[in-house]
Write a protein that binds this ligand. Structure first.
Ligand code: UGA
Length: 468
């Protein structure tokens, strides 16, 4: 099928390339000429597993890039809107980009089109898009608007797209639902998984992913509710971690014990320095704002946010408890991205933590495998902030090492070498990447989240004691 994807951000670009991988003919539209040029030259612009390989495979064959939305509208039957929906000052989603794209599509429609909202949007957006298109003089029977939310995670976006836990299609007419069913057929009938060089994952020809048909409003709420629920799960385990610290229990054991209950599930129960990224903070705020507007008390979401904020302040307290005073301390920071596997620093708790530590008078030498270039735009190198070549370079002669992002390679560091490199063998781990007993064996004082602090001198020191 001829598909247009409007927007070449994380969601749009991954969707465009993956639709091409599924055998469709895709045109990806962006009004940023610089981006279009880079993509036409094969540069994905984002750090995403499998994406460069798939772009190379399909560039100018299955997928092409343009800034010409009018031409894309005329030639494609399905048009996916995947533009940004940033957070406005009041917390709700700013839908002006979505509206602008809908108006432009309306002005260039010459035959029946299915317009698909893929951006994360609040309930009722579908209806607004329909109204905008009708206001531009398009007859109702000339188009349908479908809600097809995306659940991909940065870092594993391609896998998530091609091996989705579920595909949600919210539509109001059988005709539109049939178009979406055809688009996703290579996944739902399993045929994609038998193609040569198919990206391997959890689904196969015999066990394909499910497609769930819903109303448009349900589909919109599914997206917001899913992200808000995952954020809630993280805040819940962070609050439990704090309780574990107060009692010398071990949150990893608690999370495992909880997660083995199939009704709870083990995923998204990793404690840390709080969730971040371009989705959870924005979507929790937007979902709460929708509830407010509808007069529904959803103050549970306020608590989710509050716990998330406090988690960062608590971590700062932990650093202070290990180092006593902060002014003048030289710290090694591992991790700047909002999570491992990505170069994205939007709403990154790691970057916020660096800013907080600089404000306390620390000097920092930071390393991240992918996010340093982006961070330099926000926090340029300065007398109190430098960027390292690698983990050991960051650790050289530092008073302590802080782990702020869960990169896999950090967990694989040579601990003996790390100990030798640091001035004082103190590691404060905001992501629980190491085993306390192993760190103790390697001579570290090791503080983590929701687990007793260990020190090479004393067997174990309760975190509560360390923080006293
Ligand atoms: C999230 C959702 O997981 C996707 O399903 C959704 O499609 C996407 O938002 C979106 O709306 O576009 P993403 O923001 O890429 O994906 O990242 P996650 O892997 O969900 O992590 C979000 C934050 O939570 C990160 O800061 C991560 O470090 C933190 N996290 C995650 C934890 O602190 N603990 C966990 O157990 C899991």
């Amino acid at each position: 099928m001829q598909i247009a994807v409007v927007g070449s951000g994380y969601v749009g670009l991954v969707a465009a390339v993956c639709f091409a991988e599924m055998g469709h003919s895709v045109v990806c539209v962006d009004n940023d000429e610089r981006k279009v040029k880079a993509l036409q030259g094969g540069d994905t612009l984002i750090h995403e597993l499998h994406l460069p390989e798939l772009l190379k495979r399909h560039l100018n064959d299955g997928v092409r890039f343009t800034s010409d939305l009018a031409e894309a509208t005329r030639t494609c039957q399905a048009i996916f809107i995947a533009v940004g929906t940033p957070q406005s000052e009041t917390g709700d989603a700013d839908l002006s980009y979505v509206e602008a794209v809908a108006s432009k599509i309306a002005r260039h429609m010459t035959s029946y089109k299915v317009i698909v909202e893929k951006s994360t949007v609040p309930v009722y957006t579908n209806e607004w898009i329909r109204r905008v298109i009708e206001r531009n003089g398009v007859a109702r029977e000339m188009f349908d608007v479908v809600s097809n939310p995306e659940f991909l995670r940065e870092g594993t976006a391609v896998m998530d797209f091609l091996h989705p836990d579920r595909i949600v299609v919210g539509s109001e007419t059988p005709r539109a639902a049939a178009v979406l069913a055809e688009i996703y057929a290579p996944l739902t009938d399993g045929s994609y998984y038998t193609t040569p060089n198919a990206i391997a994952g959890s689904f196969s020809k015999d066990a394909p992913p499910p497609l769930l048909n819903t109303s448009t409003k349900s589909a919109e709420i599914i997206k917001h509710a899913s992200n808000a629920f995952l954020a809630l799960k993280i805040s819940f385990i962070n609050a439990v971690a704090n309780l574990c610290e107060a009692t010398d229990a071990n949150v990893e054991q608690v999370a495992r014990g909880m997660g083995l209950d199939q009704r709870i599930g083990s995923r998204f129960l990793r404690p840390g320095i709080g969730y971040g990224g371009s989705c959870f903070p924005k979507d929790v705020a937007a979902f709460r704002s929708v509830a407010d507007q509808l007069g529904i008390d959803f103050s549970l979401l306020n608590e989710v946010e509050k716990i998330n904020w406090r988690q960062k302040a608590r971590f700062l307290g932990k650093v202070r408890s290990a180092l006593w005073t902060l002014r003048g301390k030289r710290l090694a920071v591992l991790g700047l991205a909002f999570k491992g596997g990505t170069d994205d620093i939007r709403d990154s708790p790691a970057v916020e933590m660096v800013q907080m530590l600089l404000a306390e008078g620390c000097s920092i030498r930071a390393y991240d495998p992918a996010a340093m270039e982006r961070t330099k735009h926000v926090l340029p190198p300065a007398a109190n902030l430098s960027y390292a070549e690698n983990e050991y370079d960051a650790a050289h002669e530092a008073d302590a090492l802080l782990v702020l992002t869960d990169w896999k390679e950090f967990a694989e560091l040579d601990l003996a070498r790390l100990n030798q490199t640091l001035k004082y063998p103190i590691v404060i781990d905001g992501r629980n990447l190491f085993e306390p007993a192993v760190m103790q064996q390697h001579g570290f004082t090791y503080l983590s989240i929701g687990r007793p602090t260990v020190s090479p001198l004393r067997e174990t020191v309760g975190t509560a004691l360390a923080q006293a």
